[in-house]
Ligand binder design. Structure first.
Ligand SMILES: *Cc1c(COP(=O)(O)O)cnc(C)c1O
Length: 372
C-alpha cells in the first residue's frame, strides 16, 4: 500500500495553490546576488510595509512569547466590535481569512453541500470546497464583475454557501449596494452568503458597501476581513469573520484552540487604530494605479479598471511575460490558474517599484515579440 492509496478519496486530485513567488526563492533560482534587486508585486502586499503601530506592538510583546495566546481573543474581538459597531460575539479571528474560509468548509461543506462562486473569483473558495468533497458551481462573470443575477439562478438545493469577493481578487472589480440588496432580497433561505472583503479598507469610506447591516439584521451572512492587505500584516496571518452569533459558535467548534498567535492579535489591535497608515495606504494605491494605467496605455495594453491594490493587464502570453519579467527582477502573477492565460496581475508598489515594473514589462513584451 502506498500513501496515495491510503489517502482519503480525491486528495491526490486536489490542485495545489500557487502563491506569488517569494523574493528569496527568485533570487536563488535566477542568480541575483542581492534580494534588494528584486521587486515583488505578486501578492497584493502593502508597498508601505506593515503598520508602524503594529510593529511597535510586536516588539513590545515579544517578551510574552512563552505564554499561550488568549484562545478566546477577548481584546481583539472587543477592539473590532467597538470599531465596527457589532457585538463581540459576532466575531471570530482566524489565521488569515484563508483559515476562516476553511472553517466555513468544516462547518458547512461536504459531498451534497456545495458552493456557488464566480469563475474568476478568489480561487481559494474552490480549493477549500474541493478539499471537503463539496460540489462547486462556477458562474461566468460579466465584464470581469460578479453577475449576481446569474449566481442567484445557479443556486441549487445542495448549495450551502455563495461566495462573493468584493472587491474581487484578481479582477479588482466591485458589485455595488443596489445589486447586493437585490440579491439579498431574493436569495433562498437555505443559503449562506459569504462576502469576502479583503480589500474593503482600501476604498474611500463613502463607497464602501455596507453589508454589515445584514449581520446586524441576523441574516445568513458571513463577512471575511483581513489584516494582510491594508494593514500590511500578511506575514503575521490574521483575519476575522463577522457573522451572527449562531454561525460564529459553529465555526468556533471546528477551529484549533490557539488558531491565532498572541503576537498577531497584539499587532492587529494596534493596527486597527492606525488610521493615518490606512489613509497613506489608500493614497499610495490610488497614485500607483494611476501610474500603472498610464504605463499600460503607453504600451497599448488593455487593463481591467481596479478598485483594489492590484490590476489585471492583458499582455498576450501571460506566463511568458511573467517569466521574462522575473529575469528583470520583477515578480508579478500569471493568471492561467484563473482561466486568464493572456493576463498578468500586478500589485501596486511604490512609485519606484511601479516604474521598475513598467520597464520590465516593456522589456518582456519586446522579448516575446509582442506589442510594447
Ligand atoms: C488576500 C486575500 C485574502 C486574505 O487572505 P489572508 O489569509 O487573510 O492573508 C482573502 N480573500 C481574498 C479575496 C484575498 O485576495
Amino acid at each position: 500500500m502506498t500513501f496515495t492509496q491510503l489517502a482519503r478519496e480525491g486528495v491526490k486530485d486536489l490542485a495545489v495553490y500557487e502563491p506569488g513567488r517569494p523574493i528569496e526563492e527568485v533570487a536563488r533560482d535566477l542568480g541575483f546576488e542581492d534580494a534588494e534587486q528584486i521587486h515583488k508585486l505578486a501578492s497584493n502586499e502593502n508597498p508601505l510595509g506593515p503598520s508602524p503601530a503594529a510593529v511597535k506592538a510586536i516588539t513590545r510583546f515579544a517578551r510574552q512569547m512563552h505564554r499561550y495566546p488568549d484562545g478566546g481573543a477577548f481584546y481583539l474581538r472587543h477592539a473590532i466590535a467597538k470599531k465596527l459597531q457589532v457585538d463581540a460575539t459576532q466575531l471570530l479571528p482566524g489565521c488569515g481569512s484563508n483559515e476562516l474560509i476553511e472553517l466555513l468548509g468544516h462547518a458547512f461543506l461536504g459531498p451534497g453541500a456545495g458552493i456557488v462562486m464566480a469563475d474568476r473569483a478568489f480561487v481559494v473558495y474552490r480549493l477549500v470546497a474541493e478539499s471537503f468533497g463539496a460540489p462547486v458551481v462556477s458562474v461566468p462573470m460579466k465584464q470581469f464583475t460578479h453577475d449576481l443575477d446569474a449566481m442567484l439562478q445557479a443556486i441549487r438545493p445542495d448549495t450551502r454557501i455563495v461566495f462573493i469577493s468584493n472587491p474581487n481578487n484578481p479582477t479588482g472589480t466591485m458589485v455595488g449596494m443596489a445589486a447586493i440588496d437585490a440579491f439579498m432580497a431574493r436569495v433562498p433561505e437555505h443559503v449562506i452568503v459569504c462576502f469576502d472583503e479583503a480589500y474593503i479598507e482600501l476604498l474611500d469610506p463613502a463607497i464602501q458597501p455596507d453589508v454589515l447591516k445584514y449581520v446586524r439584521e441576523g441574516r445568513k451572512v458571513v463577512l471575511l476581513r483581513t489584516f494582510s492587505k491594508t494593514y500590511g500584516l500578511a506575514g503575521l496571518r490574521i483575519g476575522y469573520a463577522i457573522a451572527p452569533e449562531e454561525c460564529i459558535g459553529l465555526m468556533n467548534r471546528v477551529r484549533q484552540p490557539f488558531n491565532v498567535s498572541a503576537i498577531a492579535m497584539e499587532a492587529a489591535v494596534a493596527a486597527l487604530d492606525d488610521d493615518e497608515f490606512v489613509v497613506r495606504t489608500r493614497k499610495v494605491v490610488k497614485d500607483g494605479l494611476h501610474q500603472l494605467q498610464i504605463g499600460f496605455t503607453t504600451c497599448g495594453l488593455d487593463y481591467v479598471p481596479s478598485l483594489a491594490n492590484f490590476i489585471l493587464v492583458n499582455v498576450g502570453q501571460g506566463r511568458k511575460v511573467f517569466e521574462n519579467m522575473l529575469r528583470e527582477g520583477v515578480i508579478v502573477r500569471p493568471m492561467d490558474a484563473y482561466g486568464l492565460p493572456e493576463y498578468i496581475r500586478i500589485t501596486v508598489g511604490t512609485t519606484e517599484e511601479n516604474q521598475k515594473c513598467l520597464e520590465a514589462l516593456s522589456f518582456a513584451l519586446s522579448l516575446s515579440g509582442q506589442k510594447g
